[in-house]
Design a protein around this ligand. Structure first.
Ligand code: ACO
Length: 311
């Protein structure tokens, strides 16, 4: 306990300032940030897989170039976020090891399969749309390196969301078969995208403290409702329906209310029993092993550089 450090920390949080890496901070604040930022980084890295599945089969050269750029952006987001987490004193090796051994969480959404090209559109529209909704407020998170990383990430996510919308729009205006493919993808991704915001507020153990520390600015349910409100007019513009017959605007509450979310499915995915959990982890480890020669070469290069600097 450091009363002076605590008082300085509280004053910065109260004034809506930014905590920086060298500032004193409570251990629990540091742990919460490492947890959230590393989970977020892992999500970006695992999130490359469902869409990379379509790079070799994208329907045109233009679509392929866009998709490759998008998947590379996800890798970049992972790297900014690992860097932000490293400023809190946890090494990248430790975090990657937690991911590769299945000890770390990453977003539930990336444990679903991408059987058709329309899934690339649905991921852009729904998954990246949900990500933006959740992440724009994180640009104001109280930890400086995290907030700054989020600004750039959100700009790129906006582009991702639009490219997904445009894929769905093209399919929705295409043949009957293409329209059906787009609707089927939206039907499969809608509910999992709502689960991305996390458990309902009453079952969210971390929310109250993270909001008091101004890491989170809105509750899981508030962001989920905001997201659905964005989707409704966009689905209309696409001419596609949301698979939620109970979805309605509640005038008294002033917000959108969705049908019942299947939280058992969410818990199953978190427990590692989603449709693609095992495959995602297997592929992650394969990619890590395939990259061993790059890490060895980089280390050898650094060693030689250090030797020539010294001599
Ligand atoms: N998938 C996997 N785990 C989840 C999810 C989810 N969709 N939602 C919540 N959880 C986990 C939490 O990590 C927490 O687990 P832990 O205590 O073992 O770490 C537990 O469920 C309880 O949830 P909360 O108390 O609500 O946790 P928290 O306050 O951290 O809120 C949230 C969860 C909203 C996801 C928050 O961590 C966040 O905003 N993270 C940053 C954004 C992010 O990670 N996005 C990743 C997907 S988007 C993308 O990469 C394109």
């Amino acid at each position: 306990v450091d009363p002076e450090g605590q008082a300085a920390f509280d004053a910065i949080i109260d004034a809506d300032g930014r905590i920086e890496p060298r500032d004193w901070m409570p251990d629990a604040y540091r742990r919460t940030l490492v947890r959230q930022i590393s989970q977020h980084a892992h999500s970006e890295i695992i999130g490359m897989q469902p869409e990379a599945n379509w790079i070799t089969r994208a329907p045109s050269l233009r679509r392929k170039a866009i998709l490759m750029a998008k998947v590379q952006d996800e890798a970049g987001h992972g790297l900014y976020l690992y860097s932000a987490a490293q400023t809190l004193g946890t090494s990248r090796d430790t975090m990657l090891n937690q991911l590769n051994t299945g000890k770390a969480r990453y977003s539930s959404i990336f444990n679903y399969p991408t059987p058709t090209w329309a899934d690339v559109g649905a991921i852009g529209w729904l998954v990246d749309g949900a990500a933006i909704c959740n992440q724009v407020p994180l640009c104001r998170a109280s930890y400086g390196p995290y907030a700054r990383a989020m600004i750039r990430i959100c700009k790129e996510e906006s582009f991702h969301q639009r490219q997904g919308f445009e894929i769905l729009l093209t399919l929705a205006r295409g043949t009957g078969e293409q329209r059906a493919m787009a609707q089927d993808a939206v039907d499969r991704w809608y509910w999992p995208s709502l689960m991305m915001f996390g458990p309902p507020d009453g079952d969210s153990p971390n929310s109250a403290r993270s909001m008091a520390w101004k890491i989170k600015r809105f509750s899981n349910d508030d962001l989920r409702a905001r997201f659905v409100g964005m989707l409704v007019p966009q689905a209309e513009a696409l001419g596609l329906s949301l698979p939620d017959p109970d979805l309605r605007y509640d005038d008294a509450a002033g917000r959108w209310i969705t049908g019942e979310i299947d939280w058992t499915e969410f818990q199953e995915v978190l427990a590692g029993r989603g449709p693609m959990n095992a495959e995602r982890l297997r592929r992650r480890n394969e990619a890590h092993d395939d990259g061993a020669w790059v890490r060895e070469a980089a280390a050898e290069y650094a060693r030689k550089q250090a030797m020539s600097d010294g001599g």
